[in-house]
Ligand binder design. Structure first.
Ligand SMILES: [Zn+2]
Ligand SMILES: [Zn+2]
Ligand SMILES: [Zn+2]
Length: 145
């Protein structure tokens, strides 16, 4: 999974007419450092505040929302519990095991056939980023046997 650099993300924000404040930059640093895994808004806030305790959590949450509005970051629900945050660069669908809670990152094109068949039959455009698909992971299936 290739993560963009902080400067690349800030370049994208400027291209889209946004601005990156100091708090915004810290939030992006935290999401970039997550390298393929995910962070809740609270984890992002904790991490930013470890280095910059003067930045208020509400400012950090507002920055996450602003990044989402600009299409630079997004939140995803992997199961029960708080949403996880991701940079849009390197976005992928998630599979969550309902037995053990294990989260698998699905290949980006894994649902292309499903997406286009639904689009053709219903005109519905599926968003596979917002929620994870749930099921049973290979290890839990093996235990059932
Ligand atoms: Zn992920
Ligand atoms: Zn499992
Ligand atoms: Zn949501």
């Amino acid at each position: 999974m290739t993560q963009p650099t902080v400067d690349e993300v800030i370049g994208l924000i400027r291209e889209r007419g946004g601005r990156a404040s100091r708090a915004g930059r810290k939030v992006i640093e935290s999401l970039t450092a997550a390298a393929g895994d995910h962070r809740t808004a609270e984890e992002v806030a904790d991490e930013v505040r470890r280095h910059s305790p003067d930045i208020h959590p509400a400012t950090i949450y507002r920055n996450l929302e602003r990044l989402e509005a600009l299409g630079v970051a997004y939140h995803t629900h992997l199961g029960h519990g708080p949403a996880q945050w991701h940079l849009v660069a390197g976005a992928h669908p998630h599979l969550t095991c309902e037995r053990c809670g294990h989260v698998i990152e699905a290949p980006v094109g894994a649902f292309d056939a499903l997406r286009s068949s639904l689009w053709q039959s219903t005109g519905f455009r599926v968003d596979l980023r917002h929620f994870a698909l749930t099921g049973t992971c290979a290890a839990c299936v093996a235990q059932e046997r």
